[in-house]
Design a binder for this molecule. Structure first.
Ligand code: HEM
Length: 509
């Protein structure tokens, strides 16, 4: 009897769960939108967790099946309806034209968790207010001020590469050393700290970033559970998932701010800009409470932490992929060196202006971002019921819009021979031949990557600095055709970036 009661209770619970879980599954058919089979816990055809394949490949089956046939396709992530935008005009409406209805990313935040109060997760008036405050961090003037900090780290990188080549039979693994480079750059410009990880100094920062990417699974799980019910955001707050990291960054920020206040230290970096913003807020007589995000040590640490998360692997891998492609293509490497040479001659050395004027190096970075985009899917959530452009279909805030940026950037009808690395896809004439919204490594519209100009400058400087001093080639450890790790959420080489490095003869410069 007892066993029967327990079994009946379990069956009733399962039935209730299934009812709750599948109640939405008619969402798209009721609206006349072509939809993929939702009868799978993971959301069939790409709507859930991409078991066994990388996250950026999640939408490939939908894209290949429906592109050119449907403007949008419906699917599900767990029980949440997902609208996949296949037409770049729909993408343009969501990201830019109708942005006022699509300003959120659909990731609920927990206000008691200071680390979720960052620019990436905030929505509505609070996001707008913070974005307005933080955007001036990346003006040309501010970037120029940060340039010497970055240039110093590029010099250290060159020395470290030379030393590694000397001790490693000319073979150097770049994934690790480039992660050290991007860590030192963010440590310096975001926290005002000389991490010196390139030189092999204190590895605290580096260990934090490695730890962060090791928790990929729990992060994906959080992403999945939130689409079952937003209440899970309270169960898996960042401060718990990334406990050591949040404590590390909170302490770092408060120590840095206290030290600077006490010793009247000023530095051309992000902490300084936030301290100024905080001071301006303190001196303001009125503040709009609904949109105001108070900059205290916690929220300042949350922004700096976000910069740390956003600016490490993305930058390091984009540079690594570009170096790999240059090592495989000597003609392109020679063209790049000729451009570096010309600009160094024109500006006297590797200055901010010299790097800014390097057009081919910029196209190399942009092509690396196309072929190996760190972000595969952009997401937006409608803030109220809204019509999909040029249709009668109305979607509501329970829906998330997903934009398959990876797939568009690998579509042979948009980028012929997508596996070929060709920076000339980014000449002004070539760009005119395709829809702007088919190339979105930094997103678009008012919510595009706030640090795009900073990241491009950092990557150009690093590539130019390295090519200025070294010749890159395939060595015995190089995977000529790079294998990408299927377990990572953005493209990462499974066996690292092994390259053969020799000194560039000074006569070449
Ligand atoms: C290769 C380098 C990078 C790539 C490809 C990249 C890409 C992106 C993308 C795709 C987004 C979402 C845009 C959208 O939804 O439309 C984003 C947002 C963001 N990125 Fe980057 N990013 C890079 C480097 C950086 C760096 C170095 C930082 C910080 C120093 C940074 C800070 C941010 C922030 C704060 C946001 C949120 C902006 C907002 O919601 O207003 N990113 N990034």
């Amino acid at each position: 009897m007892f066993v029967a009661t327990v079994l009946a209770a379990v069956a009733a619970l399962l039935a209730a769960f299934w009812y709750y879980f599948s109640r939405n599954f008619g969402y798209w058919t009721e609206r006349g939108v072509v939809s993929c089979n939702p009868f799978s816990l993971t959301g069939d055809r790409g709507g859930g967790i991409p078991f066994g394949k990388p996250f950026y490949e999640l939408l490939t089956p939908i894209y290949n099946k429906y592109k050119g046939k449907e403007r949008v396709v419906g699917t599900f992530q767990a029980r949440r309806p997902i609208l996949v935008a296949l037409d770049p005009e729909v993408t343009k409406a969501v990201l830019t034209k109708d942005f006022s209805h699509f300003h959120g990313r659909g990731q609920p935040t927990d206000e008691s968790d200071p680390f979720s109060q960052n620019l990436f997760f905030l929505e509505g008036a609070r996001w707008k207010n913070l974005r307005m405050k933080l955007s001036p961090t990346f003006t040309s003037g501010k970037l120029k001020g940060m340039f010497p900090l970055m240039a110093g780290i590029t010099d250290q990188l060159n020395d470290a590469v030379r030393e590694k080549a000397a001790h490693g039979d000319k073979q150097v693994e770049f994934k690790d050393i480039l992660l050290r480079y991007s860590t030192d750059v963010i440590g310096s410009v975001a926290f005002g700290i000389d991490c010196n990880t390139v030189k092999g100094g204190n590895d605290d920062f580096l260990n934090m970033s490695r730890e962060l990417f090791r928790r990929n699974f729990i992060f994906l799980l959080r992403f999945f559970l939130i689409s079952v019910h937003p209440v899970f955001v309270k169960l898996l707050p960042f401060k718990r998932i990334f406990k050591d990291m949040t404590e590390f960054f909170l302490k770092l920020m408060s120590d840095t701010v206290n030290y600077r206040e006490k010793n009247k230290v000023e530095r051309n970096d992000f902490v300084q800009i936030m301290m100024q913003l905080r001071e301006e807020d303190r001196n303001r007589s009125t503040l709009d409470r609904a949109s105001h995000v108070e900059l205290n040590n916690d929220t300042m640490a949350a922004q700096a932490f976000l910069f740390f998360v956003a600016g490490l692997d993305s930058v390091a891998n984009t540079i690594g992929f570009a170096l790999h492609e240059l090592a495989m293509n000597h003609a392109l490497q020679r063209r790049a060196v000729a451009e570096i040479q010309e600009n160094i001659r024109k500006h006297g050395s590797l200055t901010y202006d010299a790097v800014r004027d390097m057009e081919l190096i910029e196209r190399i970075v942009r092509e690396s971002l196309r072929k190996y985009s760190p972000v595969g899917i952009l997401t937006r959530q409608p803030s109220e019921p809204i019509k999909i452009p040029d249709s009668d279909v109305v979607i509501d805030p329970s829906v998330m819009v997903w934009i398959p940026v990876w797939q568009a950037m690998h579509d042979p009808d948009i980028f012929p021979e997508p596996e070929r690395f060709d920076p000339d896809r980014f000449t002004e004439e070539a760009k005119k031949t395709r829809h702007q919204y088919n190339y979105l490594p930094f997103g678009e519209g008012p919510r595009f990557c706030v640090a795009e100009r900073f990241a491009i400058l950092e990557m150009k400087l690093c590539i130019a600095g390295l090519l200025q001093q070294h010749v890159f080639d395939a060595g015995s450890k190089t995977d000529v055709k790079l294998k990408l790790d299927p377990k990572t959420s953005s493209p990462t080489p499974q066996n690292g970036f092994w390259l053969q490095v020799t000194d560039r003869p000074t006569s070449a410069l």
